[in-house]
Design a protein around this ligand. Structure first.
Ligand code: 5GP
Ligand code: ZN
Length: 146
């Protein structure tokens, strides 16, 4: 538990939340500011941040809950689809620094549009050079063992 963390306070019951699921590892609760109504946040109960600092076995448990919630949004809310969103760092738009997955039910004509503007590389070599750097970091051990 991190003393100043709003999501740790939710786990501890010191801030109220509308829970949809919990087990020993993870908690799922309604986002107070839904992008689309039915928007759920899934978090590890233990305080970890960012995504890259979550122990892999715990992350696997959290992702199982993400999958369950997505299934429940489709079965229980009649969602036509589901978006996942997960932010790390202020540059990525993260506001609450306790790792969390947004699980957002989507409905045909729900009115939500992602501000997703596809860019372009100046040449294939630019993408290849970036891929080289990512592969190099993976070979050097970034992310640990798969
Ligand atoms: P982030 O921008 O960090 O990815 O998302 C943080 C999310 O936490 C936002 O969608 C916001 O609505 C939600 N949130 C912030 N404070 C609270 C709270 O006290 N209770 C609940 N249920 N959600 C919160
Ligand atoms: Zn926390």
């Amino acid at each position: 538990m991190s003393a100043d963390c709003i999501f740790c306070k939710i786990v501890a019951g010191r801030i109220p939340s509308t829970k949809v699921y919990e087990d020993d590892a993870a908690l799922a609760f309604m986002d107070i500011g839904p992008i689309v109504k039915g928007h759920v946040l899934v978090i590890p109960k233990a305080h970890h941040d960012p995504l890259t600092a979550v122990p892999a076995p715990l992350l696997a448990r959290v992702m199982q809950v993400v999958q369950k919630v997505a299934a429940a949004q489709m079965a229980g809310l009649g969602a036509d689809g589901v978006n996942l969103h997960q932010a790390n760092g202020a540059a990525a738009g993260q506001v609450v620094p306790h790792v969390h997955f947004h699980v957002i039910p989507r409905f045909a004509n729900d009115g939500h549009r992602w501000n997703w503007k596809a860019g372009a590389y100046s040449a294939p070599a630019e993408a290849a050079a970036l891929a080289d750097r990512i592969r190099g970091a993976l070979q050097a051990g970034a992310g640990g063992q798969a």
